[in-house]
Design a binder for this molecule. Structure first.
Ligand code: BGC
Length: 269
């Protein structure tokens, strides 16, 4: 754990935390002294490994199974989280997936799966978190806010993405979900923000970085000339849900090495 942890005594739920960005965020929050609930839907061993790593670092964590797109499972997960830690202070709405195909071949099932997990899943988890934030209110020793939600969005909330129309649509939806919640809930001292990662080296985009040729092509989209790491996002998430960021609500912070800067225009146009 860090020497001056910023989230001591707070409890955080990170959805989809057994791999990729979710894992990076769970480890970072554990390092800041938060109790961390590591949600997963498959591969329980991977979730347990994240729990073990947080504990080995001097933190406190549990693993909780739930499909975020299933209302009953989400409610049961929150019940268990509150039973274990007493409450929830931070929700990291991270669970998400891709089911890519050309538009004309996109099945209704793949459209719905992506919207259900990436968008409805964020709604269901946020609603449960907000209910608990409102019930409990502000605890000044822990945080200035009554609760914090970070929605894991993507550069594709603003960059259209052919071949991934279901995914980009879900992230566009996450943007308005986040902003509308932020507007409604700010008077209750609940902060809601998004992180918009660019290309982060995780299993979801393995095909984009696992050969030198793929990586070279990916880097043409990244002015900063490196692929991001889960720790990059973890560091940002830890700060964004700390009181150092208390005046930030309703914003997407892009962390993308400049991917949203229209890199094609640096030598063209
Ligand atoms: C996607 C990745 C992609 C990145 C940048 C993310 O939201 O999940 O597959 O590499 O955006 O395009």
């Amino acid at each position: 754990m860090k020497k001056d942890p910023r989230l001591t005594g707070q409890s955080a739920l990170v959805t989809g935390a057994n791999s990729g960005i979710g894992k990076g965020v769970a480890l970072a929050l554990g390092n800041e002294g938060a109790n961390v609930a590591v949600n997963y839907v498959s591969r329980p061993d991977d979730a347990q490994a994240v729990v073990d790593e947080i504990k080995a670092n001097g933190g406190n964590a549990i693993a909780l199974a739930a499909d975020v797109s299933n209302e009953a499972q989400v409610q049961e997960m929150f019940r268990k989280m509150i039973e274990a830690f007493g409450t929830i202070d931070i929700l990291i709405n991270n669970a998400g997936l891709q089911k890519d195909s050309s538009f004309q071949d996109m099945s209704l099932a793949d459209w719905q799966l992506v919207l259900n997990v990436n968008l409805t899943g964020q709604f269901l988890c946020a609603r449960e978190a907000v209910r608990e934030f409102l019930r409990r209110g502000i605890v000044p020793e822990r945080s200035k806010a009554a609760g914090k939600i970070i929605c894991m969005s993507s550069v594709h909330e603003v960059i259209p993405w052919g071949g991934h129309v279901n995914y980009a649509t879900s992230k566009g939806g996450v943007m308005m979900l986040m902003k509308s919640m932020a507007q409604e809930l700010a008077p209750k001292k609940i902060r809601v923000n998004s992180i918009g990662p660019g290309a982060i080296q995780t299993p979801i985009n393995k095909a984009a970085w696992d050969t030198p040729q793929a990586l070279e092509s990916l880097l043409t989209l990244i002015p900063y000339q490196r692929i991001g790491q889960p720790e990059d996002i973890g560091n940002l998430a830890a700060w964004l849900c700390s009181d150092e960021a208390d005046y930030i609500t309703g914003t997407t912070i892009f962390m993308d090495g400049g991917m949203t800067l229209y890199p094609g225009f640096s030598t063209n146009g």
